[in-house]
Design a protein around this ligand. Structure first.
Ligand code: EPU
Length: 339
């Protein structure tokens, strides 16, 4: 294993922010990870595990050891008539795995096309889009305990998935390295999910009434490309904030003052409100402030046009949060992890 010094993380975070890691290494297997954990370098340094870098805001140089998960492999573990159980290395690129699944006619993740990041990072925040969350196809994962080096299998229940949440962001935060993830995908009788209005619209435009998983994936790709900036062109990390859930009573109060406020009922007394709408109403959409700003097509996405600084994005995010509190009394929580 090779440890590099003073490595730029610019190409390893989708915001494209400049930041240096004092020490940096890539890991290709569980065994390699286990041997690092027992090393002096590991014990004596602050450690950061990096996947695709699509959910972090780097506000400083990292004066410790960055470990990039590069564990590869897509392997069928077992199958029955209708399902396939596929184990995927945590370092695999999420969207490439989605395309692989579609090529093999494995259904269940087509709605999650084009989400940036890696397979290992996907369960951390239970990635979701267009009516599907990863928990619906999740079977289990192998994690390496960063204290002992032992492996532990987590089943779905143990992961405690919630909206952009899992146990890995809560109780056991920072304690495990996710080595591989096993998914349960359909081989036949795919559960096509076109519940999201925009998917229906694209399929209609294309004259498709009986969509395949490939049709759904293509529709999702075109929706995402029309709304969300490509990190290769404009640095960003997708939604910067979560969509807040508020009490129904508060929602009804807001509806009187702001009759257009959108909301999706999530339980008997809770409503989820699109953060993008709240931010747009506060006038932020399309803002350019030096090298950073708020995306013109989706106010939930903060962007780095080039040489922006993580701290400036962090400051902007705080201003946005404050303005949403001032106008609506709603607190936005970042989806992105600040480093
Ligand atoms: N909206 C606005 N202005 C905006 C953006 C959104 O008014 O600038 C309103 C519109 O009313 C729109 C509604 O918000 O109908 C929902 O917008 P959109 O369909 O773009 O979805 P979202 O709620 O903003 C969430 C996820 C996305 C995911 C999409 C599609 C979160 C935090 N974000 O965004 O996930 O792709 O739904 O399912 O839940 C991500 O997590 O990085 C991400 C991109």
């Amino acid at each position: 294993m090779t440890i590099q010094k003073e490595v730029s993380l610019k190409s390893f975070n989708t915001f494209g922010l400049e930041s240096h890691a004092a020490l940096f290494m890539e890991v290709h297997s569980i065994a390699e990870m286990q041997s690092i954990i027992t090393s002096e370098t590991f014990k004596n340094n602050e450690v950061m595990i990096l996947g695709g870098g699509s959910n972090i805001l780097l506000t400083r140089d990292f004066n410790g050891l960055v470990i990039r998960n590069q564990i590869a492999g897509i392997e069928i573990i077992s199958e029955d008539e209708d399902h396939v159980f596929v184990k995927v290395g945590g370092g695999e690129v999420w969207h490439e795995f989605v395309l692989h699944a579609i090529d093999h006619n494995w259904g269940g993740i087509e709605n999650l096309s084009l989400i940036p990041g890696t397979v290992g990072a996907a369960p951390m925040q239970n990635i979701g889009a267009y009516g599907i969350e990863i928990k619906e196809v999740f079977e289990s994962l192998t994690a390496v305990d960063l204290k002992t080096g032992e492996t532990r299998l987590f089943n779905k229940q143990e992961c405690q998935f919630g909206y952009r949440e899992s146990i890995f962001k809560l109780e056991v935060k920072g304690q495990y390295f996710i080595a591989d993830v096993t998914f349960k995908l359909t081989k036949s009788n795919h559960k096509i999910n076109t519940s999201y209005g925009a998917i229906k619209d694209v399929l209609n435009e294309r004259g498709i009434s009986n969509p395949t998983i490939k049709d759904v994936s293509d529709a999702v790709i075109s929706i995402r490309q029309s709304k969300l900036p490509d990190p290769k062109e404009i640095g960003n990390s997708g939604s910067f904030f979560k969509n807040p859930t508020i009490d129904k009573i508060d929602y009804e109060g807001l509806k009187i003052e702001f009759p257009d406020i959108p909301g999706y009922v999530v339980s008997d007394n809770e409503v989820k409100v699109p953060a993008g709408w709240l931010i747009e109403q506060c006038g932020w959409k399309g803002l350019k402030r030096g090298e950073i700003g708020v995306h013109k097509n989706q106010a939930l996405v903060l962007v780095n046009y080039g040489g922006g600084k993580g701290n400036d994005i962090a400051d902007l995010s705080k201003e946005i949060q404050q303005s949403v509190i001032d106008k609506f009394g709603i607190e936005l929580t970042p989806e992105v992890n600040f480093i």
